[in-house]
Design a protein around this ligand. Sequence first.
Ligand code: DMJ
Length: 536
Amino acid sequence: GWGQPAWELRKPHPALLSWNLCEMERCRWVPLPFHGERGHPGAPGRLFFKCGFRSCCRGQSQVASGRGWELPRSGSVSCFFLQMMQFAWHSYKLYAMGKNELRPLTKDGYEGNMFGGLSGATIIDSLDTLYLMELQEEFQEAKAWVEENFHLNVSGEASLFEVNIRYIGGLLSAFYLTGEEVFRVKAIKLGEKLLPAFNTPTGIPKGVVNFKSGSNRSWGWAMAGSSSILAEFGSLHLEFLHLTELSGNQVFAEKVRNIRKVLRKINKPFGLYPNFLSPVSGNWMQHHVSVGGLGDSFYEYLIKSWLMSAKTDVEAKDMYYEALEAIETYLLNVSPGGLTYIAEWRGGILDHKMGHLACFSGGMIALGAEDAKEEKRAHYRELAAQITKTCHESYARSDTKLGPEAFWFNSGREAVATQLSESYYLLRPEVVESYMYLWRQTHDPIYRAWGWEVVTALEKYCRTDAGFSGIQDVYSSVPNHDNKQQTFFLAETLKYLYLLFSEDDMLSLEDWVFNTEAHPLPVNHSDSSSGAGGRL
Ligand code: DMJ
């Protein structure tokens, strides 16, 4: 009946977990969790029903009377993600349209300090998710905003990394999915604005670029303002090769090839890549190694560079497997309770902790397993499954069934945060990201079941009246919301959940790679002889 709160939904029937959603006989209507006129959540009135899942229910909509809403009892799991996305989008649109983020508690927008005066980060991060879910009206709203209101003549200080993965990545994907020129043109123009970050003696970019003066600087917190961060300068390769591809301007590709060259040449302690590098001297500044924050997407972009080049960028492939071997040798551990985890390394001493961010690595290792040496393939598949299981444990061991920002393996405690300052959940995607890759690799229904646990928890603890919010303590069943609907919730978390319950040919991993903000970029099948020196 009506009026049943979302979180009372039980796990879907086991049969559903292995369903091919496009084979559903017919669409089941999913009432959206907002009332009244379209785009006006919270207004009293009627329910809006829409289900837009591909061929089974494309483009149908209807308005029905009644109050409250219910979830699908069976069948349309993907439609359920559509309504989550619509709720996140419409809440943003109502209270924060044009701002970078929605603050769902105060019902206003927030610009943040990472984007140099650029606006609309949520819009640009959402474009491809809206498009894939066939939320056509919402996609048109987002596109119209980009056409009319996304201005690049801004003059603040921006994070090279964040602007690249969210804005450039979002625009590139929108272009590749739709062919609409506006996305291509704005991606290239914005890419040009990032180039001054590379004006350093080594060509390793600094983290911050000033859009007005064209000056650059390192983050003040990064080794007293003198270091560039591995995950930041190591996560440009995919987007910059596409900028060259789409503009014909070689400068983008040259910048990232130079980064590769510096990293290839530099001496690596035990084969490991520390997180801090001087853009002036080209030397490591500290021997801290992590597959979580500060290091994470550097490793991800190595294996994805190989895949995006249609398996011709052998240098990236070699660097990836060499780095993974070193990580396995020096950072990988199994807890007394049998949980496999990747610790952090400080000059030879281990911190027995794993960040939520490091949980993407289950998916990465699964993705890379097939191209490893034959004798290692089964091992990497198993390693990916074990790491993903550990990350699931970090969710399962909390009261909310959402995972903390970091979890430890010491003093008899395993896969739990040890202090409040590490107990928050920011709507991050990494764990569902790994579920999605492991599902695609194994089709083991456990990954859909685990994904559904996350959905249930998000509905129960993160949904507010006006959008989704992070929570401050996953170990408290009374949620203390952090008042932020992160842009990556729409770009990544909801997209990966949707893909987890979609067919494998929805953005096939043969044809697409996801940038680190989950924006799909096409594999370069067209020029398979080009190698690292070729177009992509
Ligand atoms: C995203 O912006 C990206 O996934 C990035 O690589 C890491 N942090 C967030 C999500 O947690």
